[in-house]
Design a protein around this ligand. Sequence first.
Ligand SMILES: O=C(O)[C@H](O)CO
Length: 420
Amino acid sequence: MPFSVKNISDVAYDERRAFIFRTLNEVFKDFEPNKVTEKAVNEIDLNKYAGVYVIGFGKAAYEMYLGVREHVKRKLKYAGIIIPSDQEVQYLPELDILRGTHPLTSTLSVTSSKKLLSKARPSANDLVLVLISGGGSSLFEIPQEGITIDQMASISRAMMDHSANIYELNTIRSALSSVKGGKLARILYPATIIALIISDVPGDDISIIASGPLAENKLDPSAVYAKYRDIIPIDITKYVENSSIEDLYFRNVMNRIILSNRDFVFEIYKRINEPIVSFGSNIQGDVTEVSEAFVRSIYEISKIKGKSFWFVAGGETTVNVKGNGIGGRNLELALRFMKLANFSDFLFLSIGTDGIDGVSPAAGGIVSSDMKLKISSQELEETLDRNDAFTLLSAYHGAIMTGRTGNNVSDIMVGYVSLR
Ligand SMILES: O=C(O)[C@H](O)CO
């Protein structure tokens, strides 16, 4: 499932746009999850273990499994992954391909998680390879006793719609879960556990990626709860108490991040062989504030540089959804950037590396100065009020359609600006 833009002739209608899509293609190719996972697993000496279990969950779990398949073959006792219900993959005889739902968890995710754990029963001499990628929070879930999966889903929905960031959201998810925030380590104890992780979280915190199945959350759930009390309809105190895990269970656990947003940002930075500025991988915050910050900083930098330049960034924004249009944070960021940008010549692209942006069928959006001339400010404002960026951008060569990419390191933004 490699990265490819299905409507490339629609969105890449001039040389600068074509160049940026060519660059993205190359970077996605270099960082295909099967390649990075294969490299990491080849460093693990399996002779030390009686047998190997592979379990995985997340949007990149299938591709990650392809990377370990050859290396673990001769020692494999069980392999099972949980992936999104609509992800198309090929049948592999030895692999249990289980399904879950994303971004909201459901009984399907619970049934699959129980099945996965009923098969993964390692002994002390075994190795469990855990393939973790974003999406894992909702795909792999068994709530603590007393909480229903529907309650978990509706709390997540409410927090997302109130612009909770991923640290806040996953702190609450961990507290309510019986498999997150390190609790999986207790379940798999005393086997050796090596987690290979593709991070889609700004700051790459292993207790936040997929809600940290093998790492204890260090944030204070009570503080997050206090902030969102009005929209969390249950008292989480007793679940927080059940969430603390003894150090003993982490003794044989190694969490290793093998790919993250910063790899993508750095690689794009290196490949654009023209003046370029990197804003790093830590872009976070409400999409309105982030678009303002981008435009303001770019304006300041261009005053210093005095010439055209590219810029690249990564991270994850949030949208305070009020309308019921078709949109996503990347499409909306692109549109808001276009609204504010008064540069004589600009291009701006923002995509989710998993290929899915919010409730839209697009991966994200691309906007440019020529496009801005064709769209009235009234149309733009009304679209933003409805959170309907996909509808507008798809009418103006601005919706990037890739389908699922099989990768997931959160969002990437790339742009070009000239003041002259
Ligand atoms: O699954 C999740 O929690 C998010 O994708 C962050 O990893």
